[in-house]
Design a protein around this ligand. Structure first.
Ligand SMILES: Nc1ncnc2c1ncn2[C@@H]1O[C@H](COP(=O)(O)OP(=O)(O)OP(=O)(O)O)[C@@H](O)[C@H]1O
Length: 460
């Protein structure tokens, strides 16, 4: 890091506290730190000297009124020097905008309040990248995000953007709402966020809230005291307490009743839970990650979901694209799962015929990565030779839409074995709920896990 000792850094922010803190932090790292409170002086400063890195506030309170002053100044800086290395300083609420600003040429951004070591890491990376660029090396190398030991695979732009955002927001305290269809990897992303956060040494507690009735919701999440209800034989901590210091992942948050929404909101507002049968509140120290495949905003506009709860849980949003929109990822994921399941089933890793790949790439994957995963496992188990052929991939009726229904209608009175009836009932329920597993499970009186087990059993 010796090269940094010659570096000159500029910090532009209209808050004196930020300037002071940055100066104290950066001074030992570089040769010179210049601070500037008024962005109007920026261009004059750049005219006088060059800076190796410029930290620029995205949220000036001042005059321009464009809604994104930071972006305006970023453009001004880059117009003057297109090689400038700019790191934006942004608030939680502006992460979307900050991600966009990367496309406009910012090197990176940090989120306020920042962690000092993270900020210094970003500074050193920026200086290194600048040096590489000056030497003519590939400056962008190493920018693609990975998700630690959890393999979130994909090379599509759509997924790369998600991974980039994940890297940025993981080491913050922001509540994250993950949106996306079934099987797009929401839980995987939640785990990665935890693993890359400062809470990673503490528990990651996952709760499928859609599976909980009103009473269970409270006892499971907030805990209970002995005697609170008939079966409460002893005190039990709720999931909020169990996740203390760590991350609480509430899956299927779109599927809770208005009464449950109100209870959750109270806890998040007060940052404390009151266990059932107690009147002593317990303080809560969790980072909240929620996920859903439900259209929360549409539901809110129909008054089926509380807007104030959405605002509590969505400090930052990550939307996972469906697999059909991740161009190039089907092959990568297929090959990954081929290796995984060949190994698991003690078989040699097969090849993939070009026609098979075409078939997989054309399929719409309504069950997304989970569906692909199961399809590959099935193919590995069933395939005869050591090249996977198109016929090794048979898509289930749910995946293909109405075909099975036609078949069932063709034999209305034929006696069916019980397992066929179960299969057909499950299939129709899922179809009626447009592939929503949680809703279907609720309707069928099963937990989601039990339903997944049956989907596997029936090869749906
Ligand atoms: N990008 C990815 N790379 C590798 N595996 C993935 C990826 N995305 C998802 N998976 C795998 O696909 C399966 C489904 O992912 P996950 O359970 O996280 O999805 P989900 O969106 O939470 O699903 P649901 O909405 O049904 O709860 C898991 O086995 C997960 O490990």
């Amino acid at each position: 890091m010796a090269a940094n000792k010659n570096a000159r850094v500029l910090v532009v922010d209209d808050e004196s506290d930020v300037l002071f803190a940055m100066k104290m932090l950066l001074r030992p790292e570089v040769k010179e730190v210049i601070t500037e409170k008024n962005p109007d002086n920026l261009l004059a400063l750049l005219g006088k000297q060059t800076f190796d890195v410029i930290f620029l506030d995205m949220n000036f309170k001042s005059a321009l009124n464009t809604g994104n002053e930071g972006l305006y100044w970023l453009r001004q800086i880059l117009a003057k020097d297109k090689e400038a290395t700019v790191i934006l300083i942004t608030a939680y609420g502006d992460v979307e905008l900050a991600v966009k600003s990367l496309r406009e040429g910012a090197y990176d951004f940090i989120i306020k309040p920042w962690h000092n070591d993270k900020l210094l890491e970003t500074l050193h990376q920026a200086l290194q990248a600048r040096q590489n660029k000056q030497k003519g090396a590939a400056g962008k190398a190493g920018r693609a995000a990975s998700a630690g030991s959890l393999a979130i695979l994909g090379q599509s732009d759509a997924l790369q953007e998600v991974l980039y955002k994940l890297e940025k927001i993981a080491p913050t305290e922001a509540n994250v709402l993950i949106l996306g269809e079934n099987g797009t990897g929401k839980e995987l992303v939640a785990q990665a966020l935890h693993q890359k956060s400062f809470r990673s040494g503490k528990p990651f507690v996952s709760v499928d809230v859609a599976a909980l009735t009103d009473t269970l919701f409270e006892s499971e999440l907030f805990g209970f005291k002995k005697g609170a209800f008939t079966d409460a034989k002893e005190d039990r901590a709720g999931r909020f307490e169990a996740a203390s210091g760590g991350t609480l992942f509430l899956d299927e948050i779109g599927n809770i009743s208005l009464a449950q929404q109100a209870k959750l909101l109270t806890v998040l507002q007060n940052r404390q839970v009151v266990p059932l049968g107690s009147n002593i509140p317990v303080p809560v120290d969790i980072r909240l990650i929620s996920a859903t495949n439900a259209p929360l905003y549409e539901m809110a506009s129909r008054n089926e979901y509380r807007k104030d709860l959405i605002y509590r849980i969505n400090t930052v949003e990550i939307t996972l694209p469906p697999l059909r929109d991740r161009h190039g990822d089907v092959e990568m994921l297929t090959r990954h799962f081929m290796q995984l399941y060949a190994q698991k089933n003690h078989k040699p890793v097969p090849d993939l015929a070009p026609a098979t790949l075409r078939k997989l790439e054309q399929h719409k994957w309504p069950g997304n990565i989970r569906e692909l995963q199961h399809a590959v496992e099935r193919a590995i188990i069933m395939a005869e030779g050591n090249v996977l052929q198109p016929q090794d991939f048979t898509f289930s009726p749910m995946e293909l839409g109405g075909m099975a229904q036609t078949a069932a209608a063709a034999f209305p009175d034929a006696p069916l074995p019980l397992s066929e009836i179960e299969r057909e009932t499950i299939r129709r329920t899922i179809e009626r709920n447009n592939g929503n597993i949680s809703k279907s499970a609720k309707e069928l009186g099963l937990t989601r896990t039990a339903l997944y087990r049956r989907l596997n059993k029936h090869d749906i």
